[in-house]
Design a protein. Structure first.
Length: 584
């Protein structure tokens, strides 16, 4: 690699070939390089990629000369003492505009409330939940032929579809080891409370069979594994399948090429009980997380060590802290700044505690408790210490659960907007991840009620980009907002477990700038806590059209009374509305 030139934040792959034979290189061998560059000196770990091949993926974080020297936990001359170097050059500003991933990893802002790229440019997440994206359900075609929306639509087509709608992040679960039916019966095989965890996690409601989650390379682990004394359909968590991840590499690289950050969750919580009891927990779990982290550490990603979407069929949330703290104690935080969070129900703070209990988490989430009463968990996170960015990672899903409105309906759009604007103004300044039935599971079966190529066209998904237009009205000052719903009264005229009738507010510390959102069926309101007798500009936002200026726009100047209150004018029309107030 001597003499190679690359750009800053390019993925540089160092390949090593072992000389010795290993019965199970995934478990036996650790490889790394000592990487040196401008202001950088770290031990960067690698991964086994099949046969005798080991790889270390690095990303130069600054322009200049970089060098490396390999090492391992063995005396293998093919893995130790190999050296190389390369030179990194900056991207031009025009090239960064073409692809924002060239700006570097997504990291916290200086005040800890939001995200920015490493070069300082703000990053406001607009994501989508493609949990099954690593599998064949999101088809990968080697060619670049455009395929229209429909059954033949491929992964690349879906990415470009969302890119046009302003999305900049895709969430996925890296491995689905129990989500397949390879001819094994999903019968209960244990009688000790752990039997349901051996069964496949996503079940087809009509056939009772498992939902197949392989890709062109197979599945992430060899199958089946063994639990002493039992007939099982447990994956062999000590036998990784690199071919599965080679196909996942293609999709993650493509997303980065299109300017998307990738939110990678390593596994779903419903395998944890069996894993902990029978499969070498916590060390085998740490090994798998580290494998995913090292494989994608040079990609523009955000990590999650567990998809903790529901407290059920799982170990207790605090039990995850043992392997996750062990991970960062043993290997450190990811070497190029990749953030660690996790989809949580109801919140990562509630589930995993603060820094005194976990040493691994670097950004927060709420999720999967969907109604507006749960946005408060973002406010709790906002006021916790240390300050960390927060998002709603799994809010209301059109069409899920089944008793919610039809996916592509007016009500589904209302409820989606409640999650978008209510979460942001409750403290989720990091952004928002959308989701809908059909899309998150990659539904392609003939009997599927909502198919993936239909779900991607739902109007609710197209409305997500309007949240960015709402935020952009105040530029970078959104990072200074403090959620304070009590500045607007009344603010809760709808039922608790719903999506209508509530209002939200966030303001700057001096309350010279406020953003508000009113769900459908809100009562007329009064803003309080303002500067007495001061003039304020007022402007309505239409979250359906994403417009601040329209025929229904009301803009003008109103004066706060001598108690610092403004009685707001009537809404410009029916439905939900956003509002901007600033002191003139």
């Amino acid at each position: 690699m001597k003499g190679t030139t690359v750009h800053v934040w390019d993925k540089v792959e160092i390949e090593l070939q072992a000389v010795k034979d290993y019965a199970n290189p995934y478990c036996e061998v650790e490889t790394w390089v000592i990487l040196d560059g401008p202001g950088f000196h770290k031990k960067v770990y690698g991964f086994w990629d099949g046969e005798k091949t080991f790889k270390i993926r690095v990303a130069p974080v600054a322009s200049g000369k970089w060098s490396w020297c390999s090492g391992s936990n063995t005396d293998d001359e093919g893995l130790n003492g190999i050296k190389g170097s390369f030179t990194a050059f900056d991207w031009t500003e025009e090239e960064k505009l073409e692809n924002p991933c060239r700006r570097g990893m997504v990291v916290p802002t200086e005040n800890g409330r939001g995200f920015r790229y490493s070069d300082g440019t703000p990053y406001f997440m607009l994501g989508d939940t493609w949990w099954a994206a690593p599998t064949y359900r999101y088809p990968w075609y080697e060619d670049d032929m455009k395929r229209p929306v429909g059954p033949e639509m491929g992964f690349k087509d879906m990415v470009k579809y969302r890119k046009k709608q302003g999305y900049n992040c895709i969430g996925m679960i890296a491995g689905h080891p129990t989500w397949a039916n390879d001819g094994f019966s999903p019968k209960i095989i244990m009688d000790d409370g752990y039997s349901t965890c051996i069964r496949a996690a996503w079940m087809d409601t009509d056939t009772g069979s498992a939902k197949d989650m392989h890709n062109e390379g197979g599945r992430p682990f060899l199958f089946p594994g063994k639990v002493e004394g039992y007939e099982t359909v447990v994956p062999d968590f000590d036998r990784i399948n690199p071919d599965y991840f080679k196909h996942l590499d293609l999709k993650i690289d493509y997303l980065n090429e299109q300017g998307f950050t990738v939110f990678i969750e390593v596994i779903r919580r419903d395998i944890s009980q069996v894993w902990k009891r029978y499969c070498g927990w916590p060390d085998s779990y740490v090994r798998y997380i580290q494998y995913i982290f090292t494989r994608y550490q040079a990609n523009n990603c955000m990590y999650s060590p567990i998809h903790f979407d529901f407290i059920g069929n799982t170990i207790l949330p605090r039990e995850y802290n043992e392997p996750l703290n062990m991970l960062v104690d043993r290997y450190g935080q990811p070497p190029f700044g990749t953030l660690l969070g996790t989809n949580s129900a109801p919140s990562s703070l509630t589930n995993f505690g603060g820094p005194q209990e976990n040493r691994w988490l670097t950004f927060h989430q709420i999720g999967n408790w969907r109604e507006h009463d749960h946005y408060w968990y973002l406010t709790e996170i906002f006021h916790s210490e240390p300050a960390r960015p927060a998002i709603n990672g799994e809010p209301y899903y059109p069409g899920f659960p089944d008793d919610n409105p039809k996916t592509d309906s007016i009500d589904a759009e209302y409820y989606t907007r409640s999650g978008m604007y209510g979460s942001f103004l409750s403290g989720g300044l990091g952004g928002y991840i959308y989701g809908c039935q059909g899309m998150w599971g990659g539904d392609i079966e003939k009997n599927a009620q909502y198919k993936i190529w239909e779900a991607i066209t739902y109007r609710s998904g197209a409305l997500v980009q309007n949240l960015k237009k709402f935020v952009d009205r105040i530029g970078d000052r959104y990072l200074d907002l403090i959620p304070n719903v009590e500045l607007i009264t009344p603010n809760k005229s709808g039922k608790v477990d719903g999506y209508t009738g509530w209002a939200y507010c966030a303001s700057t510390p001096k309350r010279d700038l406020l953003l508000l959102y009113f769900e459908k069926d809100c009562l007329p309101g009064t803003v309080r806590g303002l500067k007495p007798n001061a003039p304020y500009g007022i402007e309505w936002f239409n979250p359906v059209t994403g417009e601040w200026k329209s025929d229904r726009r009301v803009i003008g100047v109103v004066n706060a009374d001598n108690m610092g209150r403004i009685i707001l004018p009537s809404f410009p029309g029916e439905g939900d509305w956003g509002l901007f107030l600033d002191e003139i």
